[in-house]
Design a protein around this ligand. Structure first.
Ligand code: KG4
Ligand code: ZN
Length: 344
């Protein structure tokens, strides 16, 4: 089967998403988000997300089939995010996928959300993902991965020791009263600001920390520094704070990712996950990778945040690479290591 037709379901957080791919061609990408229901709480409320998934699941599947002109019986496989994520939210997608696979008598692939964020890159690049360093930055995770084979061989080189990068954006946006989710709002606000206005700390980059945490991140000190700055500076310029905070995050993410490329001798970097949609991260990554001789790959912003196409893409790759399907009746895995791309 050279061009498997795969339907992917994603419900790990607040997006009920269904994507359909044929091989590496995207045919449908339907996303129904409950983000507005969470906004007034300033963060995702798991119970609210689960209920929203239940309501949105069936219509999202139907819309994806309609958009792609595909008949359910023509699918070669179903892929679903098995974890990591919110258990109650994952359960809705996993149950739907189990039901579909059973009814259609098709194989089921339970995929790792983190690996699928990286795999989505395949849908927009002609070349395969060769061994690469992946900077995975989302609302729940911030990791530097060494991806030798996206379907079976991923090693974690480092991760955040406290907040995820997206979480840091969301928390600072709350302090700045910008709203939720904070990433896109800070990104926009920062365009009118000066990124050199305030020199915020770059966590875990001092030589004393590098010995133990060479590829780890920490954003809690940065959050405290921003909070102190706001208290001490009542007439602060919001756009300057947004731009300077964003610069501190972008700088440390790229310093460590490029170092990982250099130390492993891998001259390819994929930046994936919701924060990879950040315009400043994309600009600075392009500049720094060009001067370091590293090939940079970033999915288009719309495929960086959670979607079903990325799940279908990893499912399709698993099939073409001959990986075994998952057992029918798979359960959710609220925390799976990125070293297990396919849950069997
Ligand atoms: O990957 P994702 O959609 O969901 C998780 O798996 O967590 O990532 C969501 C995170 C949120 O924290 C959001 O604020 C952040 O990605 N984000 C951004 C941008 N767009 C989304 N952060 C910075 N700049 C952006 N443009
Ligand atoms: Zn995600």
């Amino acid at each position: 089967m050279t061009q498997p037709l795969v339907l992917g379901i994603e419900t790990s957080c607040d997006e009920t998403a269904v994507g359909i791919v044929r091989g590496r061609t995207l045919l449908a990408n339907v996303i129904s988000s409950s983000v507005e229901e969470h906004a007034r709480f300033g963060g995702v409320v798991p119970e609210v997300a689960s209920r929203a998934h239940l309501e949105a699941m069936q219509p999202a599947i139907n819309r994806a089939l309609k958009e792609s002109g595909i008949n359910l019986k023509d699918l070669d496989a179903i892929a679903v995010t098995a974890g990591p994520g919110l258990v109650g939210a994952l359960l809705v997608g996993v149950s739907a996928a189990n039901g579909l696979a059973l009814a259609l008598n098709k194989p089921l692939y339970g995929v790792n959300h983190l690996a699928s964020h990286v795999a989505v890159d395949l849908l927009t690049h002609e070349k395969d993902i060769r061994p690469t360093i992946a900077l995975l930055v989302s609302g729940g995770h911030s990791s530097i991965l060494q991806v030798n084979d996206i379907t079976c061989d991923i090693q974690s080189l480092g991760q955040t020791v406290d907040d995820a990068a997206g979480e840091a954006f969301d928390k600072i946006a709350r302090l700045l009263k910008l709203g939720f989710p904070g990433g896109p709002l800070i990104d926009k606000d920062a365009r009118d600001g000066n990124e050199k206005a305030i020199n915020f700390p770059r966590g875990l980059t001092q030589s004393k920390d590098m010995a133990e945490h060479e590829f780890d991140f920490s954003f809690s000190g940065l959050k405290t520094a921003v909070s102190r700055y706001l208290q001490a500076t009542p007439d602060y310029v919001r756009a300057d704070v947004s731009a300077s905070f964003q610069e501190a995050v972008v700088d440390v993410l790229l310093q460590k990712s490029i170092k990982a490329c250099k130390e492993t001798g891998i001259d390819s970097l994929v930046i994936a996950g919701g924060v990879a949609a950040n315009s400043r991260l994309r600009t600075v990554a392009t500049e720094r990778c060009a001067s370091a001789g590293i090939e940079l790959r970033t999915p288009p912003p719309a495929l960086c945040t959670d979607n079903g196409a990325m799940v279908a893409a990893l499912g399709s790759l698993a099939i073409t690479s001959g990986r075994p399907a998952s057992a029918l009746g798979i359960e959710t895995a609220s925390s799976i290591s990125p070293s297990i791309p396919i849950w069997v």
